[in-house]
Design a protein around this ligand. Structure first.
Ligand code: ZN
Length: 247
């Protein structure tokens, strides 16, 4: 499917939280997004990469190079701003990411986002979301991306665990059940059977107090997958189809 860029993308006006300058970035119109399938870690496969919202998840300020998502904290300390200035803005070449992005530009935007988040002491849950989406890009866009996918999935897993320990997912309004599920599932996908079992069990043992019934079912399925020796990308069923994948 080929569509005109103006049909599936629109320009969003943003105000950079570091240099305070206005800039534009493209976003995909939600009505144009066509999802083929979901994986068990909520990765979506899109019918057409021209309408792939993952490409535009990270906003990059063309003036100072600060890169952040719509979920990032928008109030930065003066120490965070100084770190961004010293490590990014002072070397910034003025690249404009407010264009139709190629695969490589999308990946570069995530790497800038991860660097910015690390310099600005961003919440672990936000850093985890960037690492995981970057892993998904390597999974869905490249035939030979498995090694990079695993590298960034492992980084996402460490950030999700830190978020769980530090409770910063609560600050971001992120579901604890979803967090437990993702820690379990990324552990399973990266081969840590024991850790996967521990986190899926935390959901299953507390299911009477959990409202997200679909996640309980998914945790049970993945727990069974681990018991059946399905480690890595393999998984069996498709209960995840109706779970909101956009957080
Ligand atoms: Zn800026």
């Amino acid at each position: 499917m080929t569509v005109n860029a103006s049909e599936y993308l629109y320009d969003k006006q943003l105000n950079c939280p570091v240099c305070m300058k206005f800039f534009q970035t493209k976003k995909v119109r939600s009505s144009k997004i066509r999802i083929l399938s979901h994986d068990t870690d909520f990765c979506s496969h899109y019918l057409d990469n021209d309408c792939n919202p993952l490409f535009y998840y990270v906003n990059v300020c063309p003036s100072c190079g600060y890169a952040y998502s719509d979920h990032s904290q928008l109030t930065l300390t003066s120490a965070a701003k100084a770190a961004i200035h010293n490590h990014i803005s002072s070397k910034w070449n003025g690249s404009d990411y407010g264009i139709i992005r190629s695969k490589l530009q999308a990946i570069q935007a995530y790497k800038l986002g991860i660097l910015s988040a690390s310099l600005s002491n961003e919440l672990h849950i936000i850093k985890a979301g960037m690492f995981l989406r970057l892993a998904w890009l390597y999974r869905t866009l490249f035939d030979n991306g498995a090694e990079e996918e695993k590298r960034f999935m492992s980084a996402a897993l460490q950030e999700y665990i830190q978020s769980y320990m530090n409770l910063d997912f609560e600050t971001a309004g992120y579901s604890e059940t979803r967090l437990l599920y993702l820690i379990g599932e990324l552990s399973r996908r990266t081969g840590n059977k024991q850790q996967a079992t521990i986190y899926f069990s935390r959901i299953i043992q507390n299911q009477s107090s959990i409202k997200e019934k679909r996640l309980i079912l998914m945790a049970k399925e993945r727990w069974q997958d681990v018991r059946n020796g399905l480690i890595g990308g393999e998984a069996l069923t498709s209960a995840e189809d109706s779970v909101d994948i956009h957080r």
